[in-house]
Design a protein around this ligand. Sequence first.
Ligand code: DAH
Length: 377
Amino acid sequence: MSAEADKLKTDILAAIAAAEDAAALEAVRVGALGKKGTVSALLKTLGGMSAEERQTNGPLFNALRDAVSEAIAEKKTTIDAAALNARLAEETLDMTLPVATDPQFEGRIHPVSQVMEEIAAIFADMGFDVAEGPDIESGFYNFTALNIPEAHPARQMHDTFYLNAEEDGEALLLRTHTSPVQVRTMQNGQADNSGPPFRFIAPGRTYRCDSDQTHTPMFHQVEGLVVDETTHMGHLKYTLEAFLAAFFEVSDISIRFRPSYFPFTEPSMEIDMPCRRDGDRLIVGEGDDWMEIGGSGMVNPHVLRHACIDADKYQGFAFGMGIDRLAMLKYGAPDLRAFFEADLRWLKHYGFLPIDVPGLAGGLSNKSLAGKPGTGQ
Ligand code: DAH
């Protein structure tokens, strides 16, 4: 009987040694120690033996079972360790992969929004409010109230987008400039007794049927209006120069007024800013060249009267500038159409991080942080 046990032991230990993985080892275990396993079968034979036989074979068979169990447990440890090592060698963690960016560093503020904020911050510092008006305007506010009557040729100059006529025959339109906010805001001020005097800017979208490298059907303007009893052209010139110096972050700027014509101002002037070219680069704020950046003038008394303001007592100045143009000049984006193409690559390059909020104290364009606009680096 002991010979049988020895042979079984040799076979099983050989099978354990040959088992290459956990499944093979489990098969050996079941074959030996399972209910119908060879070792279990041998143990069962003890029941049919004489007391004497049992006394010799019992310890032998039990020793066989223990030896097999032990050998299996040992082999299992080896197999598990090998499997773990294989997994560790196979699974790699690529430390060079970028960590997912926090959303607040992913999004960008559009240069036009940034510039609008900068403009508002500068004028707020000079005591200006920010006023708003609707994009869809009536002919009255867009033209008539601004001293551009029905048959006036200036109406044709504006390439207006008209909506379908209302039942009363009047066609609303997309405002062609921010000037309609002048009369709207003055009327509101009269109604709630907040003015005159008035001192506000009105930035916003404007629309004209026009499209080429420097014109888009939708663009942005900022209107400015100051109305008080003694407001004069010196105030206008100072205000514009102070604004431009702050906006372009130069110590001072001398602007040039060129005679012009706008129905809503008298006299009317174009605003020219000094500039110079350095190879391909355009440097603004200094130099012998001039570039036009907007229109201005003393508010025509007809406009004040449309807002029911006593034009014998009050007078004022107004100006209007293109915001997109200011953004292009300050941040060096060459093509206006790219501003409105919603190309994420463009926005990533020219846009601004939301945490770089412009302010006069922290720096309007965060020059200290931003070597390149928008990158914050
Ligand atoms: N509204 C004019 C335009 O779009 C710009 C302008 C000129 C606005 C003179 C003004 C102004 O307030 O005084 O061409």
